[in-house]
Ligand binder design. Structure first.
Ligand SMILES: Nc1nc2c(ncn2[C@@H]2O[C@H](COP(=O)(O)OP(=O)(O)OP(=O)(O)O)[C@@H](O)[C@H]2O)c(=O)[nH]1
Ligand SMILES: [Mg+2]
Length: 534
């Protein structure tokens, strides 16, 4: 287009000709037209600026580091994310601290329901008779599921586990809910020592059963709050009894907005010994649960230490999750009114992640500030499809595999041993073409739980027959599991990528943060190298 300084309109361009003002244009019309044109120019310049800002942002975000936390449900991804948050965004952890009360109260109420429903299934007594464990009453030829979730190969571990049971799960039937336990796997009749009968035919409860019945009654107002707490956490969605509670990104804010804030009133009493923090919240539900916990914490302790419960746990008729034990052991502290969760409490709190939760923070490394985006995914099978869109842009993956789970089965597929599922999943991650160049870190996690299980005498070979007659000690078991993961990596490593492996217990802040420091450096080095190649 020809454009001279004097005239904005050329004589030969058809568009310009079309836009040329009519020859009959009056001065007033010209005024209006010029104003309109100035406005249009402003609008166009604004759009240009926005486009430029968008381009800059894109360019800048291309420099960001994107780290995916992958692994099956309950492997410890969100716990690891909390450790990153503690390290790089401690203020946000402080802001959220109180919202974790809802999760911890929910975890406690659920654990109590699980204990009480298991007791009910055993008529509140444990005579020590040898009831078959769920997996013992099942046939041994049940094969491992070998249809991995998204397009992977058959089980990487099929030779490892051959006695995968039908019908047992990561949470054994007892661990789901009272209803599901009673209906899905009622203990066999001969497993009970029935309550004694009086001559008149009335049932007389055994003394210990009577104690438990009393505790059940006293705890019933508290246990009946489960559904309300679940609804609070899941953002108002009704959660059916026994169903898992999933939370999306941002639930902490929502919980705080719902009144999870504590008002701390320092009440100076005349009596100096009574000078204390008087705390109350603006949330009636949490206040109610907190008051009930305070009133019943001795009952909870009594139940937890009751010989029948101790015996059922020892004989693995009652299988509690690691977080249940953590909170129940400390119920006298947590049950007090005005309770504020400690960092260790938050690290042990359990709530399932739904979809993909993004957490961003600035990391200063070698004097350079870089934005890191951590993607904490939901690990259950039904959630895994939502990972894929994040593969394209990922710089690094931390794959979290809980090696304590050798005696557990997937909740979503009770035929699949959890370690086998982890190996299948790891195979798919290693083999995925989109992830070929991604920095890969493996956390063999929950080593503290593995140690505790082996110390209790749980035998690996009983669940994983190929473990055979190896020593049932921590070192041997760890070597065995590690060898399988390394083999999976070796078999799917055409690009000769390095695998960084760590033995972890991500609830342990000191060691985990030191590992995070190491992997941050190695991820960043890899990131710089790949940036230089682009
Ligand atoms: N003792 C112990 N507990 C752990 C460890 N890692 C995780 N946990 C606990 O295991 C539970 C599950 O951990 P999460 O981090 O919620 O698991 P996740 O992988 O995010 O699970 P999904 O969100 O369902 O995919 C929590 O109660 C954690 O405190 C560990 O190394 N040792
Ligand atoms: Mg999670």
């Amino acid at each position: 287009m020809i454009r001279t300084q004097n005239s904005r309109y050329t004589t030969d361009d058809p568009l310009t000709l079309a836009m040329r003002p009519p020859a009959t244009e009056t001065e007033a019309e010209k005024d209006v037209r010029l104003k309109e044109e100035a406005k249009a120019r402003q609008r166009s310049e604004k759009i240009d600026e926005e486009l430029k800002a968008e381009r800059n942002k894109l360019q800048k975000s291309k420099d960001d580091v994107r780290l995916l936390l992958l692994g099956q449900a309950e492997s410890g991804k969100s716990t690891l994310q909390k450790q990153f948050q503690l390290m790089y965004s401690p203020k946000s952890m402080e802001t959220e601290r109180l919202s974790w009360r809802t999760v911890i109260y929910f975890n406690i109420v659920r654990s109590l329901k699980q204990i009480l429903s298991t007791l009910a299934a055993y008529d509140d007594i444990d005579d020590g008779s040898d009831v078959l464990e769920p997996h013992e009453e099942l046939d041994d030829d049940a094969s491992i599921s070998d249809n991995p979730t998204w397009g992977g190969k058959a089980s990487a571990f099929t030779n490892l586990v051959t006695n995968s049971p039908k019908g047992s799960s990561s949470k054994s039937p007892q661990t789901t809910s009272s209803d599901s336990f009673v209906s899905s796997r009622p203990p066999t009749a001969q497993s009970f020592v029935p309550s004694t009968h009086t001559q008149s035919g009335n049932v007389r409860l055994q003394p210990s059963a009577h104690q438990i019945a009393t505790l059940r009654l006293r705890l019933s107002p508290l246990t009946s709050c489960e559904e309300q707490l679940a609804r609070r956490l899941s953002g108002g969605n009704s959660v059916s009894n026994g169903g898992e509670v999933f939370v999306r990104n941002g639930w902490q804010t929502r919980t705080l907005e719902n009144g999870g804030l504590l008002k701390v009133k320092r009440s100076k009493r005349k009596d100096k010994s009574a000078d204390r923090d008087d705390t109350s919240s603006e949330d009636p539900l949490l206040d109610e649960v907190s008051a009930m916990l305070d009133m019943t914490k001795e009952d909870i302790l009594e139940l937890w230490e009751h010989p029948t419960v101790v015996s059922l746990i020892a004989r693995r008729k009652l299988k509690l999750d690691e977080w249940s034990e953590f909170f129940l052991l400390d119920i006298m502290r947590i049950g007090k009114q005005g309770y504020i969760p400690t960092t260790a409490d938050i690290l042990h709190a359990r709530i399932q992640t739904m979809g993909v939760a993004e957490h961003s923070f600035e990391v200063n490394i070698y004097g350079k500030n870089t934005m890191w985006h951590l993607y904490d995914v939901g690990g259950a099978r039904g959630q895994r499809h939502s990972w894929v869109p994040y593969f394209d842009t990922a710089n690094a993956i931390i794959f979290v595999a809980p090696i304590s789970a050798f005696d557990q089965y997937l909740e979503e597929d009770p035929r699949t041993n959890r370690i086998d599922d982890s190996l299948q999943l790891f195979t798919q991650i290693c083999a995925n073409q989109l992830l070929k160049k991604v920095h890969l870190v493996l956390f063999l996690n929950k080593t503290d739980v593995l140690k505790a299980k082996l110390a209790k005498g749980l035998r690996v070979q009983r669940y994983i027959v190929s473990f055979a007659d190896r020593n049932n000690d921590y070192e041997t078991a760890v070597q065995y599991f590690r060898a399988h993961f390394l083999q999976v990596h070796r078999r799917n490593n055409e690009s000769r990528r390095v695998l960084y492996t760590h033995l972890t217990s991500v609830v342990d802040t000191k060691t985990t943060q030191s590992i995070i420091g190491n992997i941050r450096d190695s991820i960043f080095r890899g990131y710089l190298q790949s940036a230089a190649l682009v």
